[in-house]
Ligand binder design. Structure first.
Ligand SMILES: [Zn+2]
Ligand SMILES: [Zn+2]
Length: 331
């Protein structure tokens, strides 16, 4: 085992991550230590860096789409082996006692810890994680291709379930999550309508290449009324826009952890039993379900790879929408 680890560390909000040498970390009795092979970059990392989430903890190593192999293991850990490939997601710890944990809604736990936000994450050569929240990934698929499944895929999956089983599904914001979810929705026999930033023809083409039946700007109306819409973009103006696009009784699901202000809108957009919901975090059950399905669906993730030390460039490119699909850091 190495005696040090290297990480891209957020030391001050709204400033670049800094390449930092840190002392090696040993796993606690309920933890595993993972040699990071790949870590996805998520919009939530931008919200962490920008100080848009409450109670930021600094310094912090961001990154919550970790794929790696266990290289040290705590004495209480059962069911995981040294050398096994695992994925570590956003939800990094729950209390197990609160009403939400007791009620199978651990995603809403009163005392949670989140990887890359309140627990050090995967923009590093190694990470320590609560073993109960490490998902075995098996040996199918490359580390790089699996990383985006750990948040973009998982949160997308929970959003899709909450959107209901309507056939006509709108996706607002066609980034890492939507590019995975479009493949899942199509596999389920749904029709996907992809909405991008107005004029972003390249992303509209990308959406059609993944099976979207229609792609256009978020300022356009879809050709069919939608049964449900999921908003991945962190843009509050899209809430009334999406409500306008769904039929009576339809659902609009906000999938992001942060969104700009939602403008006032007239009640008739919500009237007729339209529903507006949000999705927060994930449960381990979501993870197990989705990771079991992913190989059956044959999801192909489109990734842009960056060396770990170029994490700041990856964040800048994500902010600017400069790549299709998902960015992945490789140590
Ligand atoms: Zn709890
Ligand atoms: Zn995420």
């Amino acid at each position: 085992m190495e005696s040090v680890l290297y990480a891209m560390v957020l030391k001050n909000l709204k400033s670049p991550l800094q390449w930092t040498e840190l002392p090696d970390r040993r796993p606690g009795v309920d933890q595993v230590r993972v040699k990071v092979a790949a870590c996805g970059v998520c919009r939530t990392d931008l919200h962490v860096v920008d100080g848009e989430l409450a109670h930021p903890q600094l310094p912090i190593i961001p990154g919550h789409e970790i794929v790696g192999r266990i290289d040290a293991i705590g004495s209480n850990v059962n069911g995981l082996q040294i050398g096994e490939r695992v994925g570590i997601p956003w939800l990094g710890h729950t209390c197990g006692d609160c009403p939400y944990c007791a009620g199978l809604r651990e995603n809403l736990c009163d005392h949670p810890l989140f990887t890359g936000y309140t627990l050090d994450g995967g923009f590093a050569t190694a990470a320590v994680a609560d073993a109960r929240f490490a998902f075995p990934l098996g040996e199918v698929g490359t580390d790089e291709s699996l990383a985006p499944l750990l948040c973009a895929g998982l949160i997308g999956w929970r959003s899709l379930r909450i959107a209901g089983d309507g056939k006509h599904l709108g996706l607002y914001g066609f980034g890492a999550a939507a590019h995975i979810l479009a493949q899942v929705a199509r596999w389920q026999g749904r029709s996907v309508y992809a909405f991008t930033r107005p004029g972003d023809l390249a992303t509209q083409d990308f959406a059609r290449s993944l099976g979207a039946v229609w792609a256009g700007g978020s300022d356009q109306a879809p050709p069919e009324q939608l049964d449900a819409a999921i908003i991945f973009a962190a843009v509050g103006e899209l809430v009334p826009t999406a409500l306008k696009a769904v039929r009576k009784g339809g659902r609009v699901v906000c999938a992001g952890i942060h969104m700009s202000g939602i403008p006032a809108f007239s009640y008739d957009l919500l009237w007729e039993e339209r529903q507006l919901l949000s999705v927060a975090n994930l449960t381990r059950q979501d993870g197990l379900e989705f990771l079991r399905l992913a190989p059956q669906i044959g999801i192909v993730t489109h990734t842009s790879r960056y060396p770990l030390q170029e994490a700041n460039q990856a964040l800048t490119d994500l902010r600017g929408g400069r790549f299709q699909g998902a960015a992945v850091l490789l140590p």
